[in-house]
Design a protein around this ligand. Structure first.
Ligand code: ZN
Length: 228
């Protein structure tokens, strides 16, 4: 049983990879070098894929900087020191236009080539979740599209399934699940705006949600922060 797993090098995708492994899937990891400002996650993803014994790990280079339009791909400042209310008030500038649609399209092509019927993506619709392409209705719609779009789907030999095991979990619950699966979160990276050496800023939305998750889970975050 082969599964394509979208792996960013973050806490959520690493836990998703660990879950797919526990379910007995042969892992095919897919990572994007899309022009993101924090390239450290690519090194992390490489290490993580190897650590979990992925049969294959592809790093696909696409340049979303060509369009820009996000704090992660353009010269727009990453917001910091926001409270939860501010994070939840609107879709943040760290939203990358159509990113998950683009990523899942590549997953679909990779899955069809490898003969995988399962795709895992660590999207989450609980924590602030202003992102439209992290919602269950988006995933369901993409799954329908996937089965209409591929030779495998049309020939009816197999049905493609998109797994979102974290979609309804809080960050603290994801951390607990990861720890149960033996994930070393020291391997992962979440910061939107790390300083040199890959040290996390501690004040961007992603750092704040991660730190709060560890606090609620009652465990220490093993990674280094500039501002804890
Ligand atoms: Zn940060």
């Amino acid at each position: 049983m082969k599964a394509v797993v979208l792996l960013s090098g973050g806490l959520d995708s690493t836990t998703t990879l660990a879950l797919a492994k526990r379910e007995g899937f042969d892992l095919f990891a897919l990572t994007f070098d899309y022009g993101q400002r924090h390239r450290i996650e690519l090194d992390k993803a490489q290490y993580i894929a190897k650590h979990f014994g992925a049969s294959d790990h592809q790093i696909v280079k696409i340049d979303l900087r060509q369009f820009g339009g996000s704090a992660l791909t353009d010269s727009i400042d990453v917001p910091t020191h926001r409270d939860e209310q501010e994070m939840a008030s609107e879709i943040p500038v760290t939203y990358v236009p159509a990113r998950n649609t683009i990523f899942l399209s590549f997953c679909l092509a990779y899955a069809e080539v490898k003969g995988a019927n399962d795709i895992f993506i660590g999207v989450n619709a609980v924590d602030y979740s202003g992102y439209p392409d992290c919602r269950p209705e988006f995933i369901r719609a993409f799954e329908t599209l996937a089965n209409l779009a591929t030779k495998a789907g049309v020939e009816g030999k197999s049905r493609l399934k998109i797994h979102t095991p974290l979609i309804q979990l809080t960050k603290a619950e994801i951390i607990q699940k990861g720890l149960e699966l033996g994930v070393d979160f020291g391997m992962t990276h979440s910061c939107y705006n790390p300083i040199e050496g890959g040290i996390s800023c501690g004040v961007c939305d992603s750092c704040q949600l991660r730190l709060k998750g560890f606090q609620q889970a009652g465990v220490d975050d093993p990674i280094k922060y500039k501002i804890p």
